[in-house]
Design a protein around this ligand. Structure first.
Ligand code: DQA
Length: 147
């Protein structure tokens, strides 16, 4: 049984395409899901893409990922910058955790420069639009094949 990859998206990401397109691009959330599922299939990964506006729901999904031995690709959206509860959930993950962002937070407002989840992630991919998700899945496939 192959371990799944949870792709967990936080608040406002469901509005990609219409949300500040000058920052986040023209691609919609449906495009993000399609790209992620297609790349997962191409890499032979069992990918489960989710989105919520709710911090508690994200934390429950992290617990579920831990309990099913899933690797995680996570775009915590604004929770990136202040959710110690999400950070504490991710700190419990024994498997790969990749933090992704559509934009490059380091090039934006100063409140986006801090990520409270980076230190408990395996690595971070940011600034490539929805391609960030494709790169994250490739990283997971590479890590799995090196083990
Ligand atoms: C984001 C960057 C965050 O700063 C912001 O709050 C988001 C999206 C990104 O993917 O670029 O909602 O995580």
């Amino acid at each position: 049984m192959t371990r799944p990859v949870f792709v967990v998206n936080g608040p406002n990401l469901g509005r990609l395409g219409t949300r500040e397109p000058e920052v986040y691009g023209q691609a919609s959330y449906a495009d993000l899901v399609a790209l992620t599922e297609a790349e997962g299939a191409a890499l032979g990964l069992s990918v489960d893409v989710r989105q919520t506006e709710d911090e508690a729901q994200m934390i429950r999904w992290i617990h579920e990922a831990i309990d099913t031995a899933a690797d995680i690709v996570i775009n915590p959206a604004a929770f990136t910058h202040y959710s110690y509860a999400l950070r504490d959930a991710l700190a419990q993950c024994p498997n790969t955790v990749i933090e992704v962002h559509v934009s490059n937070p380091a090039a934006r407002e100063s409140f986006r420069h801090e990520s409270v989840v980076s230190a408990v992630s395996t690595g971070t991919i940011a600034g490539f639009g929805i391609e960030s998700y494709r790169l994250a899945l490739r990283a997971i496939a590479a890590i799995r094949s090196s083990h």
